[in-house]
Design a protein around this ligand. Structure first.
Ligand code: SF4
Length: 321
């Protein structure tokens, strides 16, 4: 493992631009500030990396290196907004303050990042907004606090998530949440609690995935112990965590339909009482179309993406989902 990421060269963006011209044209481009996350949620690869490598799993590039990469791409390919695709952008407060100060002065573009609720203090949220952050993505994962804490190992209360959501919105930024359904022991009715909680938080957009039992995850061990998962080469992992579930879930089709209708339900909260009925209907292809439309609509807003990139995403979504 390379401890000092500054020893690595910058990504050779030009190769990707040659192969995928749409990336060059994209007004918002994706960057990484580092690797890893200091937490150990039971469903996430970062916990496994922490068990393997300890604290060294979290490594951040220096603010100077990131700013120089951003400026290079801004000048050579054009850049109107930045998407930081790291799992936890706000993990190191001292690093963050230094980086945001430089970013605001030297790059000065709107950006999107992800933060954990417990790290989104008033001071951090204000600094993000001052530096030009437009969207903050926050992991909610599960609307049931007990399940979130005990099953997912995400030690964050409903109130902590709600307080962070209020701070984000009060600072004039948009809130996007990430959520996961199809958990061991969860029913579709339980999973609807997650959608309801997102509405209470006032989330502006949300992603909803189905839990994937990747090897080595504590949550996979739990699913195996409960007999909900039997690994088989005939049932490989999908290309996307949105696609399907490998668990033997009761009422699996309803989970799949809820995943498809999650953004729709968030956008039309008055329809929530109808959702238990809608989840039963055998119209998966129609719901998939709804999911793709909402995905693209969200993608366009969230990434402030131009039409070319949205259409490229539509083509990708058609193949993967
Ligand atoms: S906080 Fe997020 S990135 Fe970190 S371990 Fe948990 S789910 Fe993974």
């Amino acid at each position: 493992m390379v401890a000092n990421l500054d020893e690595l060269p910058d990504p050779l963006w030009e190769l990707y631009f040659q192969r995928y011209p749409v990336l060059r044209r994209a007004t918002t481009k994706e960057f990484f500030i580092g690797r890893g996350c200091p937490y150990a949620c039971t469903f996430c690869v970062n916990g496994t990396l922490r068990r393997l490598y300890g604290g060294g799993a979290v490594r951040l590039r220096s603010p100077a290196r990131i700013v120089s990469e951003l400026l290079r791409i801004k000048q050579s390919a054009g850049l109107a907004a930045v998407y930081f695709n790291d799992d936890t952008f706000t993990a190191d407060r001292a690093w963050l303050q230094e980086f945001l100060g430089r970013y605001r002065l030297e790059v000065g573009l709107p950006f999107t990042c992800a933060g954990r609720a417990s790290l989104l203090t008033g001071e951090v949220v204000e600094a993000l907004a001052r530096a030009g952050c437009r969207w903050v993505e926050m992991g909610v994962e599960c609307g049931d606090e007990r399940r979130r804490r005990e099953l997912l190992g995400k030690d964050e209360s409903d109130e902590a998530l709600a307080a962070a959501a209020r701070r984000i919105k009060a600072a004039g930024m948009f809130l996007k949440t990430s959520n996961m359904i199809g958990l061991p022991g969860e029913t579709p009715a339980d999973a609807l609690t997650t959608l309801r909680f997102n509405q209470e938080l006032g989330a502006d957009a949300a992603t909803c995935s189905l839990f994937q039992p990747f090897p080595g995850l504590p949550l996979t061990e739990r699913a195996l112990a409960l007999g909900l998962y039997v690994p088989s080469p005939e049932r490989p992992f999908g290309a996307f965590s949105f696609q399907t579930s490998l668990l033997e879930l009761p009422e699996a089709q309803r989970f799949l339909n809820l995943r498809r209708l999650f953004s729709f339900g968030l956008g039309f909260p008055r329809l929530l009482p109808l959702l238990p009925l809608l989840l039963k209907l055998p119209v998966a292809r129609f719901y998939e179309g709804v999911a793709i439309l909402f995905f693209l609509w969200t993608y366009r807003r969230y990434h402030q993406a131009d039409l070319a990139l949205v259409l490229a995403k539509a083509w990708q979504a058609r193949g993967l989902r």
